[in-house]
Design a binder for this molecule. Structure first.
Ligand code: SF4
Length: 327
């Protein structure tokens, strides 16, 4: 056992019932984000994660190329900032999810270790730099996310709009936006949809009972649902997408009710992935859901009417996003 690790025995009763020994590590956290839904946990090095959460070496040779290009263009990615467990795989295949509006978030989500505090000023040339990266990576599907900017009068909507237009002007790629909730400036959503991204993604993250603990006091389950409905009313051509992290203590009934709510609000695409604790300061993993249970939940979701579903331990909202958008 890693010297920094202690074991926490938790009785777990979500999506079934079982008892697990969960490792909790003291020390420096890695990070998570609303775009990723959990990160590579520092305790992964202790080797105590379930076998299904150990990664094979990624295919593809472009990890250094992608990282170097992002550095040259001074771009942030959620892959890096969240230390996404899929980063090596995605970078090696010349894919990444751009994170605009800086790398400091104004929300204190309990699952996410992206830096929080007072963000820097916006960089007006960022949309063009994102477009340049999309061109040089040869992306056919561009995913753009951001930190939450409650400090900006429009919550960053105009910057999203300009970034979508800049990418469209330079590429023929489809575009997916993975936005904050615009809860403090609801018309911000309308401005983003004016840019007509092919996919609008906003993550539900978890079930209503856990909402404020996981997503912070400003979050609002009803508004998250309304947000997805409103996209459809504004532009029915835009595909809507949402995702949840599992393993935070949700019950199976709560999860299925949440999926039903998403369907009632017209959500087209769904992602379900395992929450991984970024570090000791963050919400604990209550349960590691086995792959066959993810498969089962994915099948249930398809029967509920979701057009596309990705469900598995390593699924993140932007993981293989092009496959979901194109197929
Ligand atoms: S899954 Fe998404 S966030 Fe994670 S590395 Fe891949 S593109 Fe980046």
């Amino acid at each position: 056992m890693n010297a920094a690790a202690v074991l926490l025995q938790s009785t777990l009763n979500i999506c079934g019932s079982m008892t697990f020994d969960l490792p909790v590590v003291s020390g420096e956290p890695s990070s998570g984000t609303c775009g990723v839904g959990g990160a590579t946990p520092s305790f992964q090095r202790s080797g105590r994660l379930p076998a299904w959460l150990r990664h094979d070496l990624p295919k593809g040779d472009f990890n250094q190329f992608t990282a170097g290009l992002l550095e040259e263009l001074r771009l942030e990615t959620v892959c890096d900032n969240a230390k996404c467990p899929n980063r090596m795989e995605c970078y090696s295949q010349k894919t990444a999810t751009f994170m605009i509006l800086g790398n400091v978030c104004t929300r204190p989500c309990g699952f996410c270790a992206v830096s929080r505090g007072r963000p820097e000023d916006l960089e007006s040339d960022e949309p063009e730099r994102v477009a340049e990266a999309a061109v040089r990576l040869g992306l056919r599907h561009v995913v753009i996310t951001s930190v939450t900017r409650d400090d900006l009068p429009d919550n960053g909507a105009e910057h999203f709009y300009e970034t979508v237009l800049a990418v469209r002007a330079r590429t023929s790629a489809s575009i997916e936006v993975l936005t904050p909730d615009f809860v403090q400036y609801k018309p911000g959503l309308d401005r983003v949809i004016e840019a007509a991204p092919e996919v609008f993604n906003h993550n539900m993250e978890t079930v209503p009972r856990l909402y404020r603990r996981v997503r912070g006091p400003k979050s609002d389950y009803a508004w998250t649902l309304e947000l997805l409905s409103r996209v459809k009313r504004l532009n029915p051509q835009v595909k809507t997408k949402s995702g949840l992290m599992l393993g935070l203590g949700e019950t199976r009934d709560e999860l299925l009710q949440c999926l039903a709510d998403l369907r009632r609000h017209g959500c087209d695409f769904l992602t379900l992935g395992q929450y991984l604790q970024p570090g000791s300061k963050y919400l604990s993993v209550v349960r590691y859901i086995p792959p066959d249970e993810f498969d089962e939940l994915g099948e249930i979701a398809k029967k509920m009417g979701f057009e596309k579903v990705a469900s598995g331990p390593f699924v993140r909202s932007s993981y293989h996003a092009r496959d979901m958008a194109e197929s």
